[in-house]
Design a protein around this ligand. Structure first.
Ligand code: GUN
Length: 311
């Protein structure tokens, strides 16, 4: 696979060159490489299929789910789109998950988070068949990841690992500061980075809302991965020159003319210090979606006993 980098020349006044790590482009390249794996599975008479279950009214969640369906369509993965009234009893969601678990034509099951307050999220995560858990959130899959026997790497951290590789950023021996300790990003990210594998072997510090003097930690980092969900909380003053920045945040903030999306990193001041940086949007987001396809193809390959090499 070839990856191209786009130099951001107008950030070059204080240093040689800051590279923009283009997640849109890397994700497109992964999608196009997945097409042949999907075809090989299709040739056995089984089309890989992802089922999504949405149980909330949040327009952002609806958009995310519909983008996941579009991505599936692009690579030839079939989809099933299930919506459950957010007021419905939790049992309706559990029954739906049970049916999808039992359906051999479905290879991946994704229950979009967040869920309504009356539904116990942890119970839902435990309910999804671990072999169909393409999010990688089931406790069995979390345990496997920690033990270095990952079945499905969670999509956002896996996508970040791919982005770092695509940008030729060496993690081995690097000091990485992960900001955020969520089950979706922070914790699995740290776990992936400390594995004895390519894209791992890093020294990882996990910071969070109770960490003291965050700047003293981020200034020591070769790589900063910001996943706190706080708009522009990391700026150039908190970073050392030559750092690589991965911005996981997608925050909608009000502006004089309406609203805009910003990351957890103040892009312009951080870019003045950075060797490489992801944009928001167009950095981590497309990679998360690409890795969901990856996990779905992997699930279908295992179910159909097709041996494939994923990109
Ligand atoms: N909500 C926000 N991110 C995610 C994700 O990665 N998976 C699921 N299932 N829900 C989410």
């Amino acid at each position: 696979m070839r990856f191209k980098y786009v130099a951001v020349e107008y950030f070059c006044m204080t240093q040689t060159q800051t590279r923009l790590i283009d997640g849109t482009e890397v994700a497109a390249s992964i999608r196009s490489e997945l097409i042949s794996s999907v075809r090989r599975i299709d040739n056995t008479g089984t089309t890989p299929q992802l089922a999504t279950v949405l149980m909330n009214d949040d327009p952002a969640s609806q958009t995310y789910v519909s983008m996941k369906h579009d991505d599936c369509e692009e690579v030839g993965i079939a989809t099933r789109d299930i919506e459950i009234d957010p007021e419905a009893p939790a049992a309706e969601l559990f029954d739906t998950v049970d049916e999808l678990n039992a359906d051999p034509s479905v290879h991946g099951v994704l229950v979009q988070m967040p869920l309504p307050d009356h539904v116990d999220e942890r119970e839902v995560l435990r309910r999804v068949d671990p072999k169909k858990d393409v999010d990688g959130f089931h406790p069995e899959n979390v345990g496997r990841l920690v033990a270095g026997q990952a079945r499905y790497k969670p999509c956002t951290p896996h996508g970040i690992q791919k982005l770092l590789t695509a940008a030729n950023v060496e993690t081995e021996g690097a000091d990485v500061v992960v900001i955020g300790r969520s089950n979706i990003v922070g914790k699995p990210m740290a776990n992936l980075l400390i594995q004895k594998t390519d894209g791992g072997n890093a020294t990882v510090t996990v910071c969070h809302s109770r960490s003291d003097d965050l700047a003293s930690k981020t200034r020591t980092a070769d790589i900063v991965i910001a996943a706190a969900g706080v708009p522009e909380m990391i700026d150039g003053d908190m970073l050392s020159s030559g750092v690589v920045i991965i911005d996981v945040g997608i925050n909608r903030v009000e502006t004089e003319t309406g609203s805009e999306l910003v990351g957890d990193v103040a892009f312009e001041s951080a870019a003045e210090k950075a060797d490489a940086i992801t944009p928001v949007p167009g950095g981590v987001g497309p990679m998360t979606r690409a890795m969901l396809l990856w996990n779905t193809v992997k699930a279908a390959a295992v179910a159909t006993e097709v041996s494939i090499e994923l990109p």
